[in-house]
Design a protein around this ligand. Structure first.
Ligand code: GLY
Length: 363
């Protein structure tokens, strides 16, 4: 079984998201992109490359003039301009030209960094996303946000650059470490909360299969998540409006990520941040406490944290002041009017944000 989602820009198809259980249909992607007379460089990290590089190289070599590989060290600390610089040097030394291709084989760090190099090398070359973590499958590989961290600032340098294709091999989820796997559900559950009540119910009904990584259940879950993201990015590719709703849970989530010195994973921080944002929504008179209890129950059953130990309020205020989601000095907070319906709210005060924060901090 497999699934296909077509992503459009102004009504014109720009790339397909293919969801498969293995890499065998990758040849069809290369064939449709006419890669044969061009070079391909597969970018990965040492963890992922060990599992899948050989297989992907084997397929690519029948559809390229030359296949090169470039392997990063794994982890957020290598998502920086130094790694970008090294990849530029490698591409120049390997004589990559504007018609050649990059492939990002890995999680969000590999995808964002490779996408940024694809956006900037020779003013832009083509790239394909082969996401191998749940989080990159359902979020970062779709919608064209690329970039790297700069000093202490996450995703501070970047560009919008759409991939030529996204190919998801769900079997790669089988080899994922439990914590990394479950952290992806921070983004999956988000779609249910912000815009898809039916999906929220479906998730609650399929938690066992999701925990057991049943491939058919995963396929539907990934399809539904990617389709939710497609709807948003087609309507608002550059985040001028509705795309900001994808940041539900991210304002406090990013702050917690930073305050915890990245000891908690992104999806884990989003989970905690969603609970805090839900509490602020309750204070605004939108959600009920029963909604919040349900949310905490679902997230906990998906092995996600819903609270954090003893963090400093003053530090939180300082960090949120530098948040990228600020507009004219006000934070664009994403609240839930009800489960499945989000709104962008620029009226959340520092005191209200602190109330949300106090709700998720264990003293
Ligand atoms: N990850 C949020 C977005 O792509 O807009």
């Amino acid at each position: 079984m497999s699934k296909l989602i077509q992503v459009k820009e102004n009504g014109t198809p720009i790339y397909d998201i293919r969801i498969e259980h293995n890499y065998s249909a990758l040849k069809e992607v290369f064939s449709s992109l006419h890669t044969s007379n061009h070079r391909i460089c597969i970018v990965s990290d040492t963890t992922i490359s060990h599992f899948y590089m050989e297989e992907v190289v084997d397929i690519a070599k029948d559809y390229a003039s030359v296949v090169e590989t470039f392997t990063l060290k794994p982890g957020e600390e290598y998502k920086n301009l130094e790694s970008v610089y090294q990849l530029y040097e490698y591409l120049i030394a390997s004589k990559f030209d504007r018609k050649d291709f990059l492939i990002a084989l890995g999680g969000g760090v590999v995808g964002d960094l490779t996408g940024y190099v694809a956006a900037t090398y020779l003013r832009g070359i083509s790239f394909i996303q082969l996401p191998t973590t749940l989080l990159s499958m359902v979020d970062s590989s779709i919608g064209g946000k690329t970039g790297v961290d700069f000093q202490a600032y996450k995703n501070m340098i970047g560009a919008f650059k759409q991939p030529k294709a996204v190919y998801i091999n769900t079997a790669t989820l089988k080899t994922l470490d439990d914590r990394i796997y479950f952290s992806g559900f921070g983004e999956v559950t988000k779609y249910g909360y912000i815009q898809d009540t039916e999906f929220n119910t479906w998730i609650k009904e399929h938690i066992e299969g999701l925990c057991q990584r049943d491939l058919d259940i995963l396929e539907y879950m990934i399809y539904r998540s990617c389709d939710n993201k497609r709807i948003v990015v087609e309507e608002d590719p550059k985040e001028l409006g509705i795309r900001a709703t994808l940041n539900f849970g991210h304002t406090l989530g990013h702050a917690i990520e930073k305050m915890m010195h990245f000891k908690l994973l992104h999806g884990e921080c989003v989970s905690i941040g969603m609970v805090a944002a839900a509490y602020i929504s309750y204070k605004h008179g939108y959600l009920s406490m029963a909604d919040i209890e349900q949310m905490k129950d679902t997230l906990s059953r998906l092995h996600l944290p819903v609270s954090v130990q003893n963090l400093d309020e003053q530090e939180l205020i300082e960090i949120t002041k530098n948040d990228k989601k600020m507009e004219a000095g006000k934070i664009k907070f994403i609240l839930l009017e009800e489960i499945g319906k989000s709104i962008i709210d620029s009226t959340v005060t520092t005191e209200e944000m602190l109330e949300g924060f106090r709700y998720i901090v264990n003293k």
